[in-house]
Write a protein that binds this ligand. Structure first.
Ligand code: NA7
Length: 564
């Protein structure tokens, strides 16, 4: 692959690769491509790097994976030198880290900010993609990599009257860059997913009154966030080789932690309770890995769910509010579990009210109030913590045309279809980072991002060495992979929840379990084996002739079930 041109002044520049998005995936992809001597252009809608962490600036926004693990591992110097201040990094610090990485690896010169990719069309004669951007220009590229993120398309709720509200309206996923001060204001938060649960305690401290509108009660575990000491940082740094290896190859979710060797019903009541209590005190996502069958066996899952429901009842003083906050319509963990700082205790404050909108949905938003069951809750500001059109939303906004003029939206009308979450048949030379069909949002995203970027970069090097210029998923391999993804999901409790994993939060979106739940370690092994077998299941070509990678993907991986 020659560096055909890296001219930026012309509107018809040709690159080896166009990367869409400058979040953690796009930045590392650019770094790897440059390292291989390829020309690349990154288009980013925001005015800065960071992706999800650029947009999600709401009060209390933090990562739910510990900072020492939610960080790049590709540079030893970077991971040794960067000082995370807290166990869970707050959003401003993650954004500072993203900017530091951009500076340190001199990434900005190949990133065009404030530019949306509007369309990408594959030319079957030249085997090039034409990529048109919001500044009206078109560039061509041999490859396109979608690094568009999984939680990047904030979803406005379809609530009657929203547009007539006279006060300020904020969406957690699209928060203003200037400081927002709710002091003395009456505030409504609509939505109690992770963003609502993180922002409610912080907003409650400022607002004169906060009303939380809850459609679905959510399970949340205390974060037990705290400043990191030098000794804690050193412990990670000294052991990074093993911690990173474990997260990549062994862990189900890309997080270094103990692997449970028994199920919840293998222990007696007292022992089980003691284990849950210990994890509750420790705090964080690893609550779900006390046992190896909480995601698989409803009776086992109920023991963990009951424990958390009891905790909520202990914390929340008003029994009616406590009951309303206890989730009872989905297994614990089947919606992404939240971690919080004082969320449930916030409902003991005199200035906080919970309104259950499950039984009585919001009727209307008026000029100054949210109306439920005929009652007006007057507010000065609305915070919509209503989530994202996850995993496919940002891809769907780009008009992608592959072979025969078929659009990706047409192909994915009944749900996303990919081979390994990396490519979709009929769309040659188009890669997706952490796409549907890969572990993605079920994992520590940075572990999954690095794996995909490395796989794609190695694949491009392989093609260059052999003079190959096209690659795409075969329809057969894709069908088998989609079946496998569904088969593995169906063996778990996950599809029982109306979650964004299922697309269930977006009216009209097909109900498909989108991420691959077979585990980060087993998934990596599959991807590596596919590459080792000459990119088995992919069709590669040079100058119009095509060859198919050997054989078809192996089946029976369903035995590699997750143990969260
Ligand atoms: P989530 O987890 O999708 O949460 C969105 C919340 O908003 C959830 O409680 C929804 O209730 C609620 N919602 C959505 N639409 C409406 C309408 N129309 N009316 C009332 N309530 C509504 O998004 P987050 O931003 O909190 O978190 C996303 C991920 O980011 C999270 O999992 C972490 O991985 C980080 P529902 O549950 O659909 O009944």
């Amino acid at each position: 692959m020659s560096a055909t041109s890296s001219v930026t002044a012309k509107s018809s520049a040709t690159y080896d690769v166009v990367v869409v998005g400058a979040g953690f995936a796009g930045m590392y992809m650019l770094h790897r491509l440059r390292g291989q001597g390829m020309t690349a252009r990154v288009f980013e809608q925001g005015s800065g790097v960071g992706g999800t962490w650029y947009w999600n600036r709401y009060p209390g926004a933090r990562c739910d994976v510990e900072s020492m693990q939610y960080s790049y591992s590709f540079s030893e110097e970077l991971q040794q030198e960067w000082d995370w201040s807290e166990r869970y990094a707050p959003q401003p610090e993650i954004l500072k880290y993203a900017n530091h990485v951009a500076d340190r690896f001199d990434l900005r010169k190949d990133i065009q900010f404030d530019t949306r990719v509007e369309s990408a069309v594959f030319d079957e004669v030249t085997n090039l993609w034409s990529v048109t951007t919001s500044d009206g220009k078109t560039v061509t590229a041999k490859f396109v990599v979608l690094a568009t993120g999984c939680l990047s398309n904030a979803r406005m709720p379809d609530i009657k009257g929203l547009d007539q509200f006279k006060g300020k309206v904020y969406h957690t996923g699209h928060w203003p860059h200037e400081a927002v001060d709710f002091t003395g204001q009456r505030v409504a938060v609509i939505g109690t997913g992770s963003s609502g649960i993180q922002s409610v305690p912080v907003i409650a401290e400022q607002a004169s009154h906060l009303t939380v509108f809850q459609r679905t009660a959510n399970f949340s575990i205390p974060a037990r966030n705290a400043p990191l000491t030098d000794a804690e940082r050193k412990k990670f740094r000294d052991n990074y080789p093993e911690i990173r290896r474990f997260a990549r190859e062994v862990a189900r979710n890309g997080i270094y932690t103990e692997m449970p060797d028994r199920g919840a019903l293998d222990d007696g009541d007292n022992e089980r309770r003691a284990k849950y209590e210990a994890r509750w005190q420790r705090g964080g996502l690893t609550f779900m890995s006390v046992y190896n069958n909480l995601g698989l066996d409803k009776a086992a899952n109920d023991t963990a769910a009951d424990f958390v429901r009891e905790k909520i009842a202990e914390i929340v003083k008003d029994p009616r509010t406590a009951r309303a906050l206890q989730p009872n319509d989905h297994p614990i963990g089947s919606k992404r579990i939240c971690i919080d700082t004082d969320y449930f205790a916030t409902f003991n404050r005199p200035n906080v009210t919970l309104v259950d909108i499950k039984s009585n949905p919001i009727e209307e938003i008026t000029e100054n109030a949210v109306r439920v069951a005929g009652k007006d809750y007057e507010v000065d500001a609305l915070v919509l913590a209503t989530g994202f059109d996850a995993m496919t939303g940002s891809v769907a906004k780009i008009d992608m045309k592959g072979r025969g003029g078929q659009t990706l939206n047409q192909k994915w009308a009944a749900g996303p279809r990919t081979y390994l979450g990396l490519m979709s048949a009929g769309f040659p030379n188009l890669f997706v980072i952490t796409g549907p069909g890969s572990p993605s949002v079920l994992s520590n995203m940075i572990v999954s991002i690095e794996q995909h970027v490395d796989w794609i970069a190695d694949c491009l090097a392989y093609m260059r060495e052999r003079g190959l210029d096209t690659m795409e998923a075969s329809a057969d391999a894709e069908d088998k992979w989609v079946d496998h993804v569904n088969e593995v999901a169906a063996a778990t409790l996950y599809p029982q929840a109306n979650s964004w994993y299922m697309g269930a939060n977006v009216p009209g979106k097909p109900r498909i379990f989108m991420p691959y739940i077979g585990g980060v370690g087993p998934y990596r092994k599959i991807c590596d084996e596919v590459a080792a077998k000459g990119y088995e299941g992919f069709v590669m070509g040079a100058g119009g002739s095509a060859t198919q990678g050997r054989g078809v993907i192996s089946r029976g991986i369903v035995t590699l079930l997750p143990s969260w």
